[in-house]
Design a protein around this ligand. Structure first.
Ligand code: RAT
Ligand code: ZN
Length: 451
């Protein structure tokens, strides 16, 4: 066969397959698949109803979200000290008045409130919050939380559970029935970032530890982690770390990581989530709204991934400047899973930039987003925004691929979306064994859409 006829005989194989989408179908199909695939929200601060008052929901909690408080202090003359003395209801009224009545709610966090009000068909322009308040007051929390998850297109959320948090401790110690949709994450900030302030709490829980983390301390912390693993059944261990984080270094944090947390997470087969780059309390007057972001030295992460190849690290970095390096490291270490556009990055312009870069450098081997929701109904607008952004971004990616010569089929899109928003995480965690098959969940997603 000469070169020409061999080229000719290959040509049909290069034609798009019969079920390939035509260019104008790509975006609507991407939108449909994103909307009918139930996502796993891998990091939130939400709680199921059994946690009582720890679970935040409703209009007053939505308005006093710390993202909005930070914006409020920019547009109001109220001093923080006076604001903190107000009741929750008065704080919410003040924020509504300043950010929604006297100003147009165009920021990401304020727009989110409008989207939630619209989702429940509540007025978005009224002078006060009475109608919204009476709506939320009338909702029984069990069915309301089911409904919100359904509206947000989320099948599963991961909580943030600190075993040294006094409010949470009693709930866990009293024996808690696991919730099928709320999974726990064992958060270790108090242990790893402020050992000096918290080691005595471990002593109170019966562990033989000391202030210098000497003697039996690391062995006892491993015991503490195993005990809490049994109590919580977490899907991962987690810590948020400052921009100054270094590893290894001659410090208690490094010792606890290397000798207690990392070996335990390996033995328990749990990933360790590292959220790097927070600068806590640069303005303490603003309380939770007083934290900032800083660029970190990701060589610490490089060292962790290389020194502990049998550990899995879920990683989010808070500084925009660190995003590119994070992708590069993920290409070097397959025990590193980048996830989410965290906190100050969760704005459409930055999410788009970061997610496009991740797709270009990592294909579908990352987790694009988590909500970080603190108030239940935030799930609605945060996931709505993610789906809107991803529709554009993925459709464009598939158009590029299609122009390069590979037809795109609906089942390719379904596989990719499932990998990004479910199976990358499921495969790394115990969720693998506990969730229903995707086909069942997708069917429920279709039902949600068509309702
Ligand atoms: O996004 C937030 O609400 C932050 O306050 C933090 O909670 C951060 O996400 C964290 O988990 O430390
Ligand atoms: Zn968080």
């Amino acid at each position: 066969m000469d070169a020409r006829s061999s080229r000719q005989s290959k040509r049909p194989r290069n034609l798009p397959s019969a079920d390939a989408l035509i260019p104008s179908q790509i975006e609507p199909v991407v939108e449909e698949v994103l909307s009918s695939t139930p996502f796993i929200d891998i990091h939130t601060h939400l709680f199921p109803p059994a946690f009582g008052k720890l679970g935040l929901w409703g209009i007053d909690e939505l308005l006093t979200y710390h993202y909005l408080e930070a914006e409020f202090f920019r547009s109001s003359d109220i001093r923080p000290e006076r604001y903190w003395k107000l009741s929750k209801r008065e704080q919410a009224d003040a924020i509504w008045q300043v950010l929604f009545v006297e100003n147009t709610p165009i920021s990401e966090a304020t727009r989110g409130i409008i989207a939630v009000l619209k989702a429940f068909e509540l007025p978005a322009q009224s002078a006060d919050l009475e109608e919204a308040r009476s709506f939320f007051k009338a909702q029984p929390i069990e069915s309301h939380s089911q409904r919100v998850l359904q509206m947000a297109g989320v099948s599963t959320v991961v909580m943030t559970n600190d075993p040294l948090d006094p409010g949470e401790q009693s709930v866990w110690m009293n024996g808690l029935k696991p919730h099928p949709q709320f999974h726990s994450a064992l958060r270790l900030d108090r242990v790893l970032c402020d050992w000096g302030g918290h080691w005595q709490q471990l002593v109170k829980q019966g562990y033989d530890v000391d202030a210098q983390a000497s003697g039996k301390t690391t062995r006892e912390i491993r015991k503490f982690l195993f005990d809490w693993d049994e109590r919580m059944h977490p899907v991962y261990m987690a810590v948020s770390l400052p921009d100054s984080f270094q590893f290894p270094e001659d410090a208690i944090q490094s010792k606890l990581l290397a000798e207690a947390v990392i070996p335990s997470s390996r033995e328990l087969d749990l990933p360790l989530s590292l959220m790097i780059g927070v600068r806590r309390q640069v303005n303490p007057r603003l309380h939770l709204a007083g934290d900032a972001a800083g660029r970190a030295d990701l060589r610490a992460l490089e060292n962790l991934c290389r020194m502990f190849p049998d550990n899995r690290f879920l990683v989010s970095v808070l500084s925009r400047e660190n995003q590119h390096e994070l992708c590069v490291y993920a290409r070097k270490f397959n025990n590193l899973m980048p996830f989410g556009c965290w906190w100050f990055l969760n704005n459409p312009s930055i999410v788009e930039e970061i997610t496009r870069e991740r797709i270009e450098m990592l294909g579908t081997s990352f987790v694009p987003q988590h909500s970080d929701a603190r108030v239940l109904e935030q799930l609605i607008y945060k996931w709505q925004n993610t789906r809107t952004m991803l529709t554009r971004l993925l459709a464009n990616t598939y158009r590029l691929l299609s122009n390069s010569g590979r037809g795109i089929r609906r089942r390719d899109i379904e596989r990719d979306v499932a990998r990004l928003f479910r199976s990358n995480f499921e495969k790394w965690t115990r969720l693998n064994a506990t969730v229903s098959p995707l086909s069942d969940l997708r069917q429920k997603g279709h039902e949600r859409k068509n309702r």
